[in-house]
Design a protein around this ligand. Structure first.
Ligand code: ADP
Ligand code: MG
Length: 474
């Protein structure tokens, strides 16, 4: 899996020169983030962290990840429409996890009232690592699928140009020409535009629901700009704004400041800290409306770790996707070992297995955004403490994926330039639109490669651990 620039990796003067070119190229290309000190102003901005060099990705696994994306779109959509499956699967979790329970309550309330929404838009990102088997052959293994606020589809479209220039500076023009073009934000916007069109009110707007702290605004602007280019109006609002100024009319049309909203695109609302009582009320209002929510609350629940674990049980995929044996086989091939910690004999055995050999596993709570999982000694201690308590059912257990590390340089503002052993995570963006029962769009929209130093077990780009990268297919 080695990349064809091993020769220059230890050439410090060449690397130093390439790094200064890389940072300026990133700024010029718009690989940008607001600063920690001023997260809500663009007066002073910085480059988003990225690797100096692209990372080698096996082309067969890259193609496999693209090939299974439409299958995952179908699966997520099927789960979101399967009330019984979500109810059964999340029954144990919602007894102990308040956040999932609250999402679930809104889901049930909206169903009881009757769905006003008839057009559905899914934007997800399925993330993978390349697990190194005993014989050294890498295999594509899914880490998770993100069904809400999957980010970096904008910034990632700009890294190939940066890495291309770096390779040229390092005398690798031929390799530079092999980097693939990639523009997920365009694909995401196509989906949003389709949903907006099917909603059928030309004067209605698309509302990006955004966080209070908006460091990653440039990533979102990439999608926004694609919509403006199609003459679709975009507004940005927070839950707080919805609470204060949002309303529904008799037909459950959603209005913000007097403007009808066709599509609500969430870049917020996936972790408990996004909500206070008022924000929950705002979420309920949005979910009850007939606006297209991306995602609707059922689709958000379809992306929970508990659902992921249940999908790996023999027979579950077949039940969710009847008559689609090939789809099921492609999906299942990407699954790592996943285990339920529900109360009972099966869960007892799993807990004991993990306590005996903690380095083989990852313990995951129902959280998103990085930095929540437990590994090694910490995993063992927590599991020992809660092994006999229902609290353990708020977690799932997963086999730890062990990719082959490779040398790279992680470029971060104000950080020294040093080589690190790194591992990468490949994400594929999926977009689909359903009108009633009919799928009218189902596609893969592009990719994201994130890379981190091996010493960090957990965490993404926003969490300050991983950095943006570009795949170099080998
Ligand atoms: P989150 O919703 O917080 O992003 P993830 O399941 O993606 O949760 O886990 C966060 C990070 O932890 C991943 O980006 C990856 O680096 C690491 N990780 C998660 N699951 C595994 C696994 N099974 N093996 C190895 N690393 C993992
Ligand atoms: Mg993740």
């Amino acid at each position: 899996m080695a990349a064809p620039w091993e020769d220059v990796l230890r050439d410090k003067p060449a690397i130093r020169e390439a790094a200064s070119v890389a940072v300026d190229a990133a700024l010029l290309q718009g690989v940008l983030m607001r600063t920690e000190g001023e997260p809500n102003a663009s007066d002073v901005v910085n480059y988003a962290p990225f690797t100096l060099l692209p990372s080698a990705v096996p082309s067969t696994l890259f193609e496999q990840a693209y090939a299974v994306q439409q299958d995952f779109n179908l699966l997520v959509d099927a789960i979101s429409q399967n009330k019984e499956f979500l109810e059964d699967t999340l029954a144990s979790t919602i007894k102990v996890d308040d956040f999932t329970a609250q999402l679930f309550r809104i889901h049930m309330q909206v169903l009881e009232e009757g769905l006003a929404q008839s057009v559905f838009l899914g934007i997800n990102r399925s993330d993978y690592m390349f697990d190194c088997g005993v014989d050294g052959t890498p295999a594509l293994k899914q880490i998770e699928i993100n069904t809400i606020a999957a980010s970096f589809g904008g910034l990632t479209s700009r890294t190939a140009a940066v890495h291309g220039q770096v390779l040229k500076v390092l005398g690798k023009s031929k390799e530079a020409s092999h980097l693939l073009p990639n523009n997920p934000s365009k694909g995401l916007a196509l989906g949003i535009a389709k949903a907006w069109e099917l909603y059928g009110s030309p004067s209605a707007v698309v509302m990006f629901l955004v966080e209070e702290v908006q460091r990653n605004i440039f990533d979102q602007r990439c999608v926004e700009n694609e919509l403006w280019n199609r003459n679709i109006r975009v507004i940005r609002r927070r839950f707080r704004d919805v609470f204060e100024k949002g309303s529904l009319d008799d037909a459950k049309r959603l209005y913000m400041d007097g403007q009808e909203v066709a599509v609500v695109y969430y870049r917020e609302g996936y972790v408990p800290k996004n909500y206070d009582q008022q924000n929950w009320e705002a979420r309920l209002l949005l979910e009850r409306s007939r606006a297209v929510k991306c995602p609707d609350i059922a689709t958000q629940l379809a992306g929970t770790k508990k659902v992921q674990q249940e999908l790996s049980r023999p027979g579950t995929l077949e039940r969710l996707l009847p008559g689609r044996a090939e789809t099921v086989a492609r999906i299942r091939a990407t699954f790592a070992g996943l285990y339920s910690l529900d109360m009972g004999e099966e869960g007892d055995k799993i807990a004991a297995m993990a306590i005996a050999d903690p380095d083989r596993f990852v313990l995951k709570p129902q959280r998103e955004g990085g930095g929540n999982n437990l590994y090694g000694e910490e995993l063992r201690q927590i599991l020992e403490k809660i092994r006999d308590s229902p609290e353990r059912t708020s977690y799932i257990l997963m086999d730890k994926i062990k990719p082959q590390p490779a040398l790279n340089y992680l470029l971060r503002a104000h950080s020294p330039l040093q080589a690190s052993e790194c591992i990468s995570e490949l994400g594929i963006f999926g977009v689909y639109v359903r009108q009633g029962k009919e799928m009218v769009m189902n596609r893969a929209a592009g990719h994201l490669l994130r890379t981190k130093a091996v010493e960090h077990a957990d965490g993404g780009v926003a969490a300050g651990v991983a950095v943006l990268d570009t795949p170099y297919l080998v």
